[in-house]
Design a protein around this ligand. Structure first.
Ligand code: S3P
Length: 177
């Protein structure tokens, strides 16, 4: 199994955007677990949630994560925000390489998440997206903390600045050209 670079954190933290910036700088492929789930299922995240429920989505996400982490070529992986919910997956993430938590305040997340069909947990939240983000964030903070090797507070940073910190923190030397 290769030593991957894994970006974790809440919806809206910027994992996919930052992974897209970091991957070419490291000469690596970027893999996004939501995209992989959609490709394997032949359906969007929203469709999977509505036909198979969150449990169906999580089962598919777990299979994708196992497959992606088993890849022999080191990749930059943006990991769907809820992949840390199961202890088995947290173990797999920890063993998969360097895990970077992009941490943001719920207010920052609420500002950043638009209407996005990949985020049914927010779209369907009875308490509304901003309250849902606060609630989900407080449930998950200890889980992100458990898997993270590196924590970056992204609230006041541009995606480029976050990418620089990811490169510096995750692979000293490699990120400097
Ligand atoms: C989820 C995050 C989403 C997607 C799904 C569930 C979550 O991915 O996997 O909507 O539970 O936090 P992003 O973190 O890329 O938005």
């Amino acid at each position: 199994m290769a030593e991957h670079l894994l970006l974790v954190g809440m919806m809206g933290a910027g994992k996919s955007t930052v992974a897209r910036l970091v991957a070419p700088r490291l000469g690596r492929l970027h893999v996004d677990t939501d995209e992989e789930v959609e490709r394997e299922a032949g359906a969007s995240v929203g469709e999977i949630f509505s036909t198979r429920g969150e449990a169906g989505f999580r089962a598919q996400e777990a299979r994708v994560l196992d497959r992606v982490l088993a890849g022999e070529v080191p990749a930059v992986i943006s990991v769907g925000g809820g992949a840390v919910l199961e202890a088995r997956q947290r173990d797999a993430l920890r063993q998969g390489g360097t895990v970077v938590w992009l941490r943001a305040r719920p207010e920052t997340l609420a500002r950043r998440v638009g209407r996005n069909a990949r985020r049914p947990l927010l779209a369907t939240a009875a308490d509304g997206p901003a309250a849902a983000l606060t609630r989900i964030d407080s449930e998950r903070q200890p889980l992100y903390e458990e898997v993270a090797d590196v924590v970056i507070d992204v609230d006041d940073l541009t995606p480029d600045a976050v990418a620089e910190r990811v490169l510096a923190a995750a692979s000293p030397g490699e990120g400097r050209r």
